[in-house]
Every structure is written in structure tokens, then in C-alpha cells.
Design a protein around this ligand. Sequence first.
Ligand SMILES: Nc1ncnc2c1ncn2[C@@H]1O[C@H](COP(=O)(O)OP(=O)(O)O)[C@@H](O)[C@H]1O
Ligand SMILES: O=P(O)(O)O[C@H]1O[C@H](CO)[C@@H](O[C@H]2O[C@H](CO)[C@@H](O)[C@H](O)[C@H]2O)[C@H](O)[C@H]1O
Length: 464
Amino acid sequence: MAETVTPSGTTGSLLASLDPLLRTWLPRQRWFAGKGRAVTGFTPVSVTELLPPDGRLGLYHLLLRVHQPAAPGAPPHPGDCYQLLIGVREALPPRLAPALIGHVTEGPLAGRTVYDALYDPRPAEVLLEALRTRARIGGLRFERDPGQEIRAGLVARLMTAEQSNSSVVYGDTFILKLLRRVVPGVNPDLELPLALAREGCPRVPAPTAWLHAEVGTQTYVLAVLQPFVSGAADGWELALRELAKGEDFAAEARALGRATAEVHTALARALPTVTLGHAQLEALVDGMTERLTAAVQAVPALLPYEPGLRSAYRALGTLAAEGRTWTAQRVHGDLHLGQCLRSPSGNWSLIDFEGEPARPLAERRMPQPPVRDIAGMLRSFDYAAHSASPPAHDWAHACRAAYCSGYAEVAGRDPRTDPVLLRAFETDKAVYEVVYEARHRPDWLPVPLSAVRRLALPDQEARP
Ligand SMILES: Nc1ncnc2c1ncn2[C@@H]1O[C@H](COP(=O)(O)OP(=O)(O)O)[C@@H](O)[C@H]1O
Ligand SMILES: O=P(O)(O)O[C@H]1O[C@H](CO)[C@@H](O[C@H]2O[C@H](CO)[C@@H](O)[C@H](O)[C@H]2O)[C@H](O)[C@H]1O
């Protein structure tokens, strides 16, 4: 049963008008995860009127379950739930043309235009004001850290970067990340930065405010407001820039290794850690092997390397059988150069603790060996090296080594002293990347495939 709060009584009309329009608009959005499958209908999970449509601007917050046929071979699925902010206007000014969803032809809203309201500063400012004043509207709970103030009247602009979610910057002071595909439960994108803030870890912008929805007995995390690192460049841009100039990036890579270790150390203090013994390591190896099997089915180019890749996982299984144990803790989960921001003064921060969005929430919140993040970063230096022609392998090698040294300086353990574990995790990441690139950027497929070729060699040691 949907939670519906629409004092103006226009919900039914709005949803009926939106249905045909969203069927074509949604699949065109970068953040829509169900691309390639038809949208067959919608069920509202929650509908909240933020501004009635009788004025110049109407504004609705929607959580909508989107029905699609299951992917081939996949079990039936109730459909993903998406967060939308829908604006209603008489006509769209030209500056809002990219936000157009469509024109309503029937019912009380006939003649109006509906659009993605995040493109429009005024509705985005309504969200900030609600966070500032800790508003409660229907099931929407706008929360703010009582120790942090939000100045009234900051001007909003939507970020235009290609993203899995949508972000709005207010002044140059805050950035609000509005999650698009949402699931009930604790979201690590809020949970981990809050835990790190409690630990006083300066490597992650501390959440200032956040938005929850309570729907029946379930709670959804919908958005997180953080301080905006003004003038920041991300690690991917910086690495490519230095590489293009023929400059090495080892000093920055070392700083990134130190920053990663600081975050890991703080997370290990803030949240439970566990020892992975034989049974847990076997389960971990089984998970990696299953992902490989699925990846080979999805991307047949992996087939020749499958036996070599399996050997990487088997080697880890053998160590586990011999009694080796590792500590697992909460980690970033999808760390790469694009998730690292360097402020103009040279400080590195890590962002986007959502984990790999395609994996279930429970899996993303499980403690993991910290090498998982390290492997992600090592893969990223390799990716950057492929932007040069021929690929700058020596550059990547120097970055990878410097990153591990920086990590060891803070954490007290060098990831290179655990080559079997590192190889297994780097392999798992490269396999993930092969599937990701095949789906999203087929031109990039050769990058992870070249790593797969290297990691599959029988005498391969995961040497950065
Ligand atoms: N605190 C911040 N300060 C400055 N820019 C940020 C901040 N957080 C995120 N960004 C920018 O927003 C982009 C998207 O953020 P991210 O959390 O990675 O979203 P998504 O999960 O949608 O990819 C980042 O690549 C970065 O450029
Ligand atoms: O940033 P997201 O959370 O959306 O992560 C996804 O997209 C990334 C690409 O944007 C992808 O990262 C891969 O490409 C990067 C270069 O563009 C490279 O630095 C990474 O090492 C590589 O994994 C990421 O895997 C995917 O989850």
C-alpha cells in the first residue's frame, strides 16, 4: 500500500498522466538500471506533494516501483524502486528543456508540463530548506546533524556529470546526492561517512543532513547532504592529466594509499571486524567463482582465460585450507580513482560509499578484507595507463607500488606481502569490470581484458 500525502487531491491524475510519459523518459536516464528491458508499468510506493500544483510550480516527491520483465534466466522480480522529483508547470522555460518529461493531456493537470524538478533551482532549494528546518512531510523525514548549520538561501545547480545518482550543488557549500534506485534498509553511503565522522576521520566529507522515507515498516535512505569540496579535481582527471604531460603520479598515488589506510583504520575502529576462517574464506572463494561463471556466460571473450582465473581463486582456497585467516572489516566497496577528490590545497577525500550498486545491500554491507579496496585502486592505475598509447605500463607500475607503500606507512601492513589474496581480489575486480564495460562502454572492454590476460597466467603473482 503506497503512502500518499497530496493535500490538493491530484495524485490519481498525476500518476495516470505520468504513466505513459515515464515509460519513454525513464529508460533514457543515465541512472536507470533496467536498460534494455521494456517498462511495463508502475506501482507507487510513496507519493508526497511538496508544493501544490495550483501555483506557478507544483512539486511531487515519488518513490515508484518500475515493472519490467525479468532479465533472461533471472528469477521474477517485483521491480526496482526509483526516486523522482516531479515538477509541474504551465510551460517550461527554455533553460529547463533538458528536464522535460512530457505534457499532460487529460484530467485536472491537463495542459501542464511535467519535468525532472532537480534541474530547476527552486524545487532543489525546497529540498535544502526542508533539510535545514528538519521538516517532516508525510513519510519524508528531513534530518540534519544538530551540530552543523545550513545557511538559508543557498542557490542550487544540478551537477551534469554522468552519474549513477543525481547531485545538486548549493552555492559552493554543499552537495546533495539524491539516490535514484533505492532499497529499504541501512545505506552504506550514509552509514559509513557518519561512522567515519564520529571517528573524527577527515578523509570523508561528514554528512550534514540526510533524507529518509518511512513507508509502512520500511525505511529508505533517499539523499545525503555533504560539504562541497570546492575546486576539487578527482583522481581520474588528475592521473590522466599528469600522464598526458608525461609526469609521474607516484607522489599522489602514495598520498592516496595513505588516505585509503586512514579510512580503513577508522572504519575498523568504528564498526565490527571479523576473522575470516576456513568456512568464510571458502564462501568468499565460492562467491568469486560464481561471479566468474556468470561473467563468462555474459561475456564469452573471457572463456579462454577462465581456467587461469579460477586458479587465482583456488590458490586462495588452498591457503584457507592450510589454516590462514584474514581480518575483514567494512570497506568502501567500489574504490577507484574517480572516487577520490583532491582539494586545491592537496588533501585527498574519498566519496561514494554506496559499494557496487548492482550488488544486494546486505552483501555490500558485509565486512570484507580491506584488500578489496586496494585491488580497486590498483586496477584504476592500470585503467589510467591505458589512456596512453602504447599503454604506460611503467607509469602504472610506479603508481601501484607507491600506493601500496603509502598504504603500508599508515596501516602497518603492505598489501604486497599477501600476493595470493591480492591476486584473487584484483581478479574479481577485473572480472566485474569486464562485465561492466561490456554492458556500459564496450569500447573500454580491452582495458580489463588485458588485465584478465595477465592475471590468468599460471605463474602470475599479484605484483604491483
Ligand atoms: N563532497 C564533494 N565535494 C565536491 N564534489 C563532490 C563531492 N561529492 C561528490 N562530488 C562530485 O560528484 C560526483 C558524483 O558523486 P558520487 O558520490 O560518485 O555519485 P554517484 O554515486 O552518482 O556516481 C563525483 O564524481 C564528484 O565529482
Ligand atoms: O563510479 P561508479 O560507482 O558509477 O562506478 C562504476 O563506473 C566506473 C566508471 O565510471 C567503473 O570504473 C572503471 O572505470 C574507471 C575509469 O572510468 C576506472 O578508474 C576504474 O578503475 C574502473 O573500475 C566502476 O568499475 C563501476 O562500478
